[in-house]
Ligand binder design. Structure first.
Ligand SMILES: NC(=O)c1ccc[n+]([C@@H]2O[C@H](COP(=O)([O-])OP(=O)(O)OC[C@H]3O[C@@H](n4cnc5c(N)ncnc54)[C@H](O)[C@@H]3O)[C@@H](O)[C@H]2O)c1
Length: 140
C-alpha cells in the first residue's frame, strides 16, 4: 500500500521518501522499503509509469530516517491496521514534521481520528484511495 502511494506521487513528478520498519535479522536497514518498491514494480496494473518516476523514491526506515519528515510537505501514514502502531508513529512524526505539512492517515476505520489529541487534528486528515489503488484520492 505505502509503496504504491509513493509511486502515485512519484508518477506526478514529486520526490518521495518511503520509510518502513527495520526487519529483524536483515543486514540491509532499508530492506522493507526496498521490498515494497520492488513489489510495486512487479504488480499489475503497473505502479510506476517510467523508470524515472521510480528513481524519485528514496527508501529509508523509521529508526534512522524519520527526521526526513521535517523536509516533507505531505506525509502519508500507511502502516499496519493497528491503532497502537499508528499512535506511536503519529507521536514520533508530530515531533519532527515541519509546520504547515499535511499528514493524511491510511486507515479503513476513520474512528482513529478521535484518538488524537485536540491540537493534532488541525494538521491531520484522512485519505481514501479508490481501487485500483492510487488512481484517485479523496481527502477529508
Ligand atoms: N482508506 C482506504 O482506502 C484503505 C484501503 C486499504 C487499506 N487502508 C489502510 O492502509 C493501511 C495499510 O494497509 P496495508 O494493507 O498496506 O497494511 P500492512 O499490514 O500490509 O502493513 C503496511 C506497512 O506497515 C508496516 N508495519 C508493520 N508493523 C509495523 C510497526 N510495528 N511499525 C510501523 N510499521 C509497521 C509494514 O512493514 C508495511 O510496510 C492500513 O491501515 C489499512 O487499513 C486504507
Amino acid at each position: 500500500m505505502g509503496a504504491r502511494i509513493a509511486a502515485h506521487f512519484a508518477n506526478a513528478g514529486f520526490p518521495v521518501d518511503l520509510l518502513d520498519i527495520v526487519l529483524p535479522g536483515q543486514p540491509k536497514r532499508n530492506a522493507a522499503a526496498l521490498a515494497g518498491i520492488d513489489s510495486a514494480s512487479k504488480q499489475r496494473p503497473v505502479a510506476f509509469f517510467t523508470d524515472a518516476a521510480k528513481a524519485l523514491i528514496t527508501p529509508g526506515n523509521f529508526e534512522d530516517d524519520l527526521s526526513r519528515v521535517g523536509r516533507c510537505e505531505w506525509i502519508v501514514e500507511a502502516v499496519a491496521e493497528d491503532l497502537e502502531i499508528k499512535r506511536s508513529l503519529w507521536r514520533r512524526v508530530a515531533a519532527r514534521r515541519a509546520p504547515g505539512s499535511a499528514y493524511p492517515s491510511r486507515r479503513t476505520r476513520c474512528s482513529s481520528f478521535s484518538a488524537l489529541p485536540r491540537g493534532w487534528r488541525r494538521w491531520r486528515c484522512g485519505s481514501c484511495t479508490s481501487a485500483p489503488t492510487s488512481t484517485s484520492t479523496t481527502l477529508w
